[in-house]
Write a protein that binds this ligand. Structure first.
Ligand SMILES: Cc1ncc(COP(=O)(O)O)c(C=O)c1O
Length: 374
């Protein structure tokens, strides 16, 4: 065991106790609301965090890449939904994973997909769970929940002998535009109600809907009930981040991920320091502009995790610019001083790093691999 001050910089730190607490809380919350939790592992891409989520009572996982699917399948996770719309370049890989014993479901909002997907499944001798992706208000992808495409697509899937219509699935990404508990609750209710109503219309048209799947961290943190919803796919909650704090999904003390960085330059005349954590180490996600109008790339904490009241306001590839107005603080932040940056978007930052340094206080207690790539 070593301590954080011996690590190279930049390093990606994860606070084990906070991850365990976040995962346990969401597991209990969704179970208490009567739905199954199918965590989105895109946030962490880590087998160890997946195991913590399994221990907290999840049912299956959600992935955003086939690399995640392969890595988790290789470690015994055999019930997976690939929640980016499927296209023909991936049919054989998905069919192959199903043939090898992983139940790997896919999503689509395209009427031209079920035919050739069903054929790939038939040739591989498997049945692929196929969800209809519904647009519950985010307007990224998905069929209109009130339009004819929903029933047509469900029927087209149902006609294929080697596809199983698994249900309808949506992600309320627009919850990230909401500010504060009441606004997020409104999005959460509409995510749920739009999907439950869509399932009701399908059922009334003679198409039974085996599952209704929704999920985003903000909406799951605030939703008041989940009647009619069968599963929730939250991802970011494992780590949280500055954005989730800013919109009101969690407290800063819940944020489990930070980037350890060193001061590499101090400019007393301009009142700033430069960190060796730039766009590659942090990602360029600007998150939510602070109430004072400052847009930034993360908050700066000291090595022990105390908020210094500073922000990373500029980035180049390997440099992070931190304005320091306070002279005493500037004196403290000499070249070589270690700080932690609490990032805006933990999913994007984590994907920049090959491994997590797992810590308990200031002690390094483990290393976890991040299964990146596609
Ligand atoms: C399809 C889908 N489902 C679930 C999630 C999880 O959302 P969150 O990270 O807010 O929990 C995402 C996130 O991007 C997503 O794209």
């Amino acid at each position: 065991m070593s301590d954080l001050s011996a690590l190279p910089t930049p390093s990606l730190l994860v606070d084990r106790a906070r991850v365990e607490r976040n995962v346990a809380r969401m597991g209990a919350r969704i179970a208490g609301l009567g739905a199954a939790l199918r965590p989105h592992v895109k946030t962490h891409k880590s087998i160890e965090v997946g195991r913590l989520q399994a221990a907290a009572g999840m049912r299956g996982i959600t992935v955003s890449t086939l690399a995640e699917a392969r890595a988790f399948a290789a470690h015994g996770f055999d019930d997976i939904t690939y929640a980016v719309p499927i296209e023909r370049g991936k049919f054989d890989a998905v069919a192959g994973m199903n043939a090898a014993g992983t139940r790997l479901g896919v999503i689509t909002d395209d009427i031209a997909v079920p035919g050739p997907l069903g054929e790939a499944a038939r040739q591989a001798g498997v049945t692929i769970d196929t969800w209809v992706k519904v647009d519950c208000g985010y307007h990224r992808c998905g069929v209109d929940p009130e339009g004819p495409a929903l029933a047509e697509l469900a029927a087209r899937i149902g006609e294929r002998t080697h596809l199983r219509f698994a249900g309808i699935l949506a992600h309320a990404g627009h919850s990230y535009q909401a500010r504060g508990a009441a606004a997020i609750l409104a999005v959460a209710r509409s995510e749920r109600d739009v999907m439950v109503a869509a399932a009701g219309r399908l059922a009334a048209a003679g198409v039974p809907v085996p599952s209704v799947s929704i999920g985003s961290t903000p909406t799951a943190a605030h939703v008041d009930h989940l009647d009619g919803v069968t599963e929730v796919r939250t991802g970011n909650y494992a780590f949280f981040d500055v954005t989730q704090v800013a919109i009101g999904s969690c407290a800063q003390e819940d944020c489990a991920l930070s980037v350890l960085a060193a001061v590499v330059h101090r400019d007393t005349s301009r009142g700033k320091v430069i960190l060796d954590a730039g766009a590659i180490a942090l990602s360029k996600d600007t998150g939510i502009t602070d109430p004072d109008g400052v847009t930034h790339f993360g908050r700066v904490l000291d090595l022990e995790g105390r908020d210094l009241g500073l922000r990373v306001t500029g980035l180049s590839q390997e440099h992070g610019v931190v304005g320091v107005g306070d002279d005493a603080l500037l004196t403290r932040l000499g070249v070589g001083t270690l700080v932690r940056v609490l990032v805006n978007h933990s999913c994007l930052t984590a994907a920049q790093h090959a491994e997590y340094v797992v810590c308990d206080g200031l002690q390094v207690v483990d290393r976890w691999v991040n299964h990146r790539g596609w």
